[in-house]
Design a protein around this ligand. Structure first.
Ligand SMILES: *Cc1c(COP(=O)(O)O)cnc(C)c1O
Length: 483
């Protein structure tokens, strides 16, 4: 992109029109116009021709980096390629044109799709039931925590505290807090997993639940999950698993078989809805048999050969989303699961893990690894060695843009100072991974030989290094007029 794209207001010129109607060949009826409240003029509204509008927005769309154009290794985000066939299926007119308030009798097929997906998610995770209504991962966390609160309240005491490891995803503490719990942090050991001694010390009768991101944000599998669940259950608490990164575990590990009471998944990561850009997602929540009465309404049940919506459930946490959640996301997830099948899903996990470890081994010794345990779907390097030359993770990230690659997640998790968190996902070929590894190696060499070039990167992007602090503190959100 060689030139700055002007604002549409800057392209505007008085009298320019996108479309001209032929002159009236009937008498003008001013009375009708009055009844529909026509606005003569909108102050400052841009006046532009049709080609100007089309070109302006097409050019803007091309400044957007996306997974359909390039490798996107954003850690903990699973920016994988989602097969287009599933978009196509979700856009069948029967799905698109269905009214959200259509009576049950007319949407039996849609209810069957929801029920079928629920059953598959139970089989994949080993949970007893799922609710598919939450609209995002964090929404699933909140729903799950509300279920835990309701269940403990029914037992007599909702308790006060939720334990969260320092390697958890950032949304976990906020979900627990919004649900009215105090958050206490559990330390990681040198391997990057939950420190069992610390957990034993912290797990008191005040603790409602442990929220465990697994694999955690270091990409490491919590292999002591049995012991962890035992410690929590012995003291009457419940185990919540953040399963947003289930692409690393499909067909390999069923959380419900290993002491997990509540889990959420991110369909818009693992199950074929592209992630990011504020589009719709879904964060289904799975629970054990014991917690089923607390699931949000409606619950879909089959009676004879008819699906019915059950709303009369006295222990339910209530409704958490309008209509049927983000239904089209559910359709895509089911299409994805059915098209891959059990063996295909297993292969997803195998390749996701293989790809992350290929990157980890290839860059080991070039970038510092605070935790050297083998990882699952992602790996976390740091800028420790480059920092000695005055180069920070942000400089490395920005330089990747010059090589046509999206930067990894930066400065997270907090337990790795100067973190670069890389998740290649299962959809990338070896060529793609090699190109990324190559660019990272070149950047490490530049940090030694020519650190200045990194500090000014990106050089080949549409915009250069932005002043992010000024952008956050002093955002310009309104056009102030032509200079
Ligand atoms: C992405 C993610 C979330 C949050 O999901 P949203 O849909 O963005 O709310 C939670 N936990 C983990 C581990 C994640 O990777």
């Amino acid at each position: 992109m060689s030139r700055r794209e002007p604002l549409i207001f800057e392209i505007s010129g008085e009298g320019k029109r996108g479309f001209l109607l032929p002159p009236l060949d009937v008498p003008e009826n001013k009375e009708i116009l009055k009844t529909i409240r026509v606005r003569n003029e909108i102050a400052g509204f841009p006046e532009v021709t049709e080609p100007e509008v089309v070109r302006h927005f097409t050019r803007l769309s091309q400044t957007n980096f996306c997974v359909d154009t390039s490798f996107y290794p954003l850690g903990s985000c699973t920016m994988k390629y989602s097969p287009k066939i599933n978009e196509k299926i979700a856009s069948f007119p029967y799905f698109l044109n269905c009214h959200p308030l259509a009576p049950e009798d007319l949407v039996q097929g849609n209810l069957e799709i929801i029920k079928l997906l629920e059953d598959y998610l139970c089989r994949i995770t080993g949970m007893s039931s799922f609710t598919l209504w939450p609209a995002a991962g964090a929404h699933g966390e909140l729903t799950g925590m509300m279920i835990i609160r309701a269940a403990l309240t029914a037992r007599g005491n909702p308790r006060k505290v939720v334990l969260i490891p320092d390697s958890a995803h950032g949304t976990n503490p906020s979900s627990a807090h919004i649900c009215g719990y105090q958050v206490r942090e559990i330390k990681s050991n040198e391997e990057g997993t939950v420190d069992l001694q610390d957990l034993e010390k912290m797990m008191t009768d005040e603790v409602a639940a442990l929220m465990l991101t697994n694999p955690n944000t270091l990409g490491i599998f919590e292999k002591d999950i049995h012991r962890i669940a035992e410690i929590v259950h012995q003291r009457g608490g419940l185990v919540y698993m953040d399963g947003a990164n289930m692409n690393a575990l499909l067909g390999k590990f069923r959380p419900g078989d290993h002491g997990v009471d509540v889990i959420h998944l991110n369909l818009h990561k693992t199950f074929s809805t592209p992630h990011g850009g504020g589009g719709p997602g879904a964060g289904p929540v799975g629970v054990t048999k014991e917690l089923e009465p607390f699931l949000p309404i409606p619950v879909i049940r089959k009676e004879g050969d008819k699906y019915i919506l059950e709303n009369d459930r006295p222990l339910s946490i209530g409704r958490i989303r309008t209509f049927f959640g983000n239904f089209l996301v559910l359709v895509k997830a089911l299409a994805y699961i059915l098209s891959l099948g059990g063996e295909g899903l297993k292969e997803v996990a195998e390749i996701a893990v293989l790809n992350a470890n290929y990157i980890r081994k290839s860059l080991e010794g070039i970038y510092h690894l605070k935790y050297s345990s083998p990882t699952l779907h992602e790996c976390v390097f740091s800028d420790k060695w480059q920092r000695e030359k005055g180069v920070q993770n942000v400089d490395i990230a920005k330089r990747l843009i010059d090589y046509g690659l999206h930067p990894p997640t930066m400065s997270f998790p907090l337990i790795v100072p100067g973190a670069l968190m890389i998740e290649p996902t299962e959809t990338e070929s070896k060529d793609e991974l090699d190109a990324f590894i190559d660019a990272m190696k070149k950047i490490a060499r530049e940090a030694e030989e020519n650190p200045e070039v990194l500090k000014e990167a990106p050089h080949r992007a549409y915009v250069r290094r932005l002043d992010e602090v000024a952008a956050a503190r002093n955002p310009v959100l309104r056009w102030k007029g032509k200079e």
